[in-house]
Ligand binder design. Structure first.
Ligand code: C5P
Length: 415
């Protein structure tokens, strides 16, 4: 049930006799805490009144491409498609299914399906012979290959009087299957991460700074993978052009180490994370007295005195709950295992991701990375050279194992 809570579901209802059951589908989903917006095909309205579905869902029902012909306004199918976490078509007729396969846009629902960025789930409903027709079988195979999840129809007496497969799954089963599907799609739903990423820039004057070559690519890949698996991510990024567009990622852009520390602490005080990942390449030192304005070449000082930056990761790890899984990064020149083991302790981490700048294709300014996960002297997992996205996936697999072994998200973070 929890996996449907707060979910935004666009429910497409098409012209099958099973459309009367969509009232119960809406009720099941709303009861489970989901928000439902209904889109009906014109055919569906022959079977059930929009008023029924509008009342049960608490939102106006849409079915035409134009809202008001006289006013010249149209129904924003793009907005509907972007709003949903999923489009569920229940019942899905053979006609709408073939329209989906062909990519037709001759009903509002089909245009919503064409513009939706979210996954699609359908619950077919049709007569036995239509369901077993090779055209339908092929169409359902095509949709499955495109990633559409199909809630299999049940077997029993059909409206035609025939007995066989084709009856839309019962609303309760649709709710259960959708809930299980969400859980599978987003196994980390309800967990929260705090990530620092990218370089920091420490000003010498208004235009010059001390920085490093970190691109922020690895941290961004980790944030996106965590969000894809359902996590809410507080992403504190030093200057980086790598995009992290995902509704689950809340990004705060900073420049200096002190700004990064303040932003990370603010995020942690606002919501306790279940995992902390320090992927940022924080400048170790900063100019003690940055100069206001631009210093001319002739006036540049011969030496700049530096002060150490605070260790951001050690600081936020100390503030986090003991159940939080804490991950640091270490960039080594050679093997680096001893240094990683020392960092595990000094930064109070559960795991260090070690990458070496002497490994070909690994570290800063590369799209690939080669890492070891250092848990302790007795557990060091070594990985091949991979894309940073694949490294992120390995890291998130480890995070997932750790979090799912630990307590439920709500127990940790009080959400
Ligand atoms: O000590 P070192 O810089 O090698 O440690 C690297 C790890 O510590 C990384 O996870 C990095 O994000 C974090 N770190 C930090 N604040 C610093 C220095 C490093 O959070 N001032």
């Amino acid at each position: 049930m929890a996996s449907l809570s707060g979910r935004r579901i666009v429910l497409g209802v098409t012209g099958s006799i099973a459309a009367y059951k969509s009232a119960f589908v809406v009720r099941e989903l709303v009861k489970a805490g989901a928000q439902v917006r209904v889109v009906m095909t014109p055919g569906a309205k022959e079977f059930i009144a929009p008023l029924t579905l509008g009342t049960l869902s608490g939102h106006a029902v849409h079915s035409e491409l134009t809202d008001d012909r006289n006013a010249g306004t149209w129904t924003d199918h793009v907005e509907l498609g972007l709003w949903g976490d999923v489009v569920l078509v229940a019942p899905a007729t053979a006609h709408t299914i073939s329209g989906m396969v062909e990519g037709r846009g001759d009903s509002l629902l089909l245009t919503v399906l064409l513009s939706a960025k979210c996954p699609v789930v359908i619950a077919p409903a049709m007569d036995r012979d239509m369901f077993t027709h090779p055209a339908t079988t092929e169409n359902l195979d095509t949709l499955t290959q495109r990633g559409v999840h199909i809630i299999e129809p049940g077997t029993g007496e059909l409206a035609s009087g025939l007995t066989g497969k084709g009856r839309m799954a019962e609303p309760e089963r649709i709710r259960q299957e959708l809930s299980a599907w969400f859980k599978k799609q987003a196994p980390l739903l309800g967990f929260r991460a705090l990530i620092t990423s990218g370089p920091t820039r420490e000003p010498i004057d208004a235009v010059r700074f001390i920085g490093n070559r970190s691109s922020g690519r690895q941290g961004a890949a980790i944030a996106l993978e965590l969000a894809r698996r359902g996590m809410m991510v507080d992403f504190i990024s030093g200057p980086s052009h790598i995009p992290t567009d995902h509704p689950g990622i809340q990004r705060v852009d900073v420049e200096t180490a002190l700004e990064m520390k303040a932003a990370a602490e603010a995020a942690l005080n606002n919501a306790m994370p279940d995992v902390i990942i320090g992927a940022a390449a924080v400048a170790d030192v900063r100019p003690a007295s940055p100069i206001t304005g631009k210093v001319s070449k002739e006036d540049l000082p011969e030496a700049i005195s530096m002060v150490p930056n605070p260790d951001i990761l050690a600081g936020i790890n100390a503030l986090a709950s003991s159940a939080c899984f804490k991950v640091g990064f270490a960039l080594a020149h050679g093997n680096g295992h001893d240094a990683a083991l020392r960092k595990l302790k000094s930064k109070n981490c559960d795991m260090i991701v070690l990458n070496s700048i002497t490994d070909k294709g690994a570290g800063f300014e590369h799209t690939t990375n080669r890492v070891d996960f250092v848990h302790g002297p007795d557990r060091i997992d070594s990985f091949e050279l991979k894309t940073k996205e694949a490294v992120a996936s390995d890291l998130v697999n480890e995070v997932q194992n750790q979090l799912l072994q630990r307590t439920a998200p709500s127990e940790q973070s009080g959400r």
